[in-house]
Design a protein around this ligand. Structure first.
Ligand SMILES: [Zn+2]
Length: 374
């Protein structure tokens, strides 16, 4: 679980004097290209490129070797590995994230935190409350990880189910008492989760559990929480953390897809009217080389080939053999999108990977596009 203290540690590293090497590496084992530790090869390529751009830099060479050694011993369990290494201070920040971030290596004063900070800002924090007549469990899901916060088991008189004859007469009264205490329980739950969800800074809320209590809880929620309620889902109160995480991921994916689609629609509108967006590799590269990209947008998993000039750090279409700027021979770059993401981030821009319907919409014009600074 990534927490604020991780970010604080990274923030300290970002203010440390001297150089820091920051690595964002795709280690996702569901991707065949990363199996058999091929992510190590990818890292070596990235570091080789970086060292070519900072020729004869001893400190970078030392730090790069240290990072390679750290990754050689790594057991990949998440999707993205983040490492920031400050060799002089002997400090390493290391985190395996369960989300995808644009891969890249960065060498500079302080750790390169922006992709991580943006993920913190952009990813929504979900609260999930599972409730039945006696029990309530509270979870949060953030950056693909789940945490359980509270298991409230209120002291509620049991509902009489198989009454014996002499008890029959008091049955309606006991039922009423039970219903009242369930409502009482739900009120306590509503108050308690209200307090906790404020503390935990929840953006969205999902309620699950037994259908009756779940919809009752949704009704009596404080107004500010009701505004955050996405849906009431029939998730059993006894569900495992993995199940809850999977169900939340479905809801999250649906919401994200809708937002991505909105970005693509805006982008396509701008492209059509010749406004502040371009589509296609060549057009995007032209704008990238001139530092005009505000947001690079591409279909997730896209691999295209390109060419790079190590002398002037410009990026080109693979058809070019020599740098149109300085005339030097160009190097082939088999993973152009990663290289472009890194360049956009280094220029202070943003990167958006799209999937699903948004990717389909984007594909109508190109697989890579960009919104430009106005
Ligand atoms: Zn050049």
């Amino acid at each position: 679980m990534i927490r604020h203290r991780d970010v604080e540690q990274l923030q300290q590293l970002s203010q440390a004097p001297g150089k820091t090497l920051t690595v964002y590496l795709d280690v996702d084992q569901t991707n065949v290209a990363n199996r058999k530790r091929q992510f190590e090869t990818r890292l070596k390529d990235l570091l080789r490129q970086l060292r070519a751009a900072h020729e004869d830099n001893e400190e970078l060479a030392t730090t790069a070797a240290e990072v390679e050694e750290i990754i050689r011993r790594l057991e990949p369990t998440g999707k993205t590995l983040v490492i920031a290494r400050h060799s002089q201070l002997g400090v390493t920040f290391r985190k395996l994230l369960k989300i995808t971030l644009p891969p890249g290596v960065h060498w500079g004063n302080g750790a390169f935190m922006r992709p991580l900070i943006e993920a913190f800002d952009e990813h929504e924090r979900f609260g999930i409350v599972l409730v039945d007549s006696k029990r309530a469990r509270l979870f949060t899901v953030f950056l693909g990880e789940i945490e359980e916060h509270k298991d409230l088991t209120a002291n509620i008189p049991p509902r009489p189910d198989a009454p014996s004859q002499d008890k029959q007469r008091s049955q309606p009264r006991m039922e009423r008492r039970h219903d009242e205490s369930v409502t009482g329980h739900l009120k306590i739950v509503a108050g308690e989760i209200g307090r906790l969800l404020d503390q935990l800074e929840i953006d969205r809320l999902i309620i699950g559990g037994a259908v009756g209590p779940a919809s009752e809880l949704a009704r009596i929620l404080p107004k500010r929480l009701r505004a955050k309620l996405v849906e009431v889902q029939p998730i059993p109160v006894t569900a495992t953390a993995e199940d809850i995480l999977a169900r939340t991921a479905e809801v999250q994916t649906r919401l994200e897809r809708a937002e991505e689609l909105e970005i693509i629609r805006e982008l396509l509108r701008e492209v059509r009217k010749g406004g502040r967006a371009v589509a296609g590799l060549s057009a995007v590269l032209d704008n990238l080389n001139e530092g005009r990209i505000w947001k690079l947008v591409y279909v997730q998993g896209l691999v295209v080939e390109g060419a790079a000039c190590e002398a002037c750090s410009m990026l080109f279409d693979p058809a070019n053999e020599r740098c149109p700027i300085c005339g030097q021979p160009l190097e082939r770059e088999p993973r152009m999108i990663d290289r472009m993401s890194r360049a956009v981030l280094d220029q202070g821009g943003h990167v958006e990977m799209v999937d699903g319907p948004a990717a389909e919409a984007l594909r109508q014009v190109a697989e890579v596009a960009a919104l430009l600074h106005s």
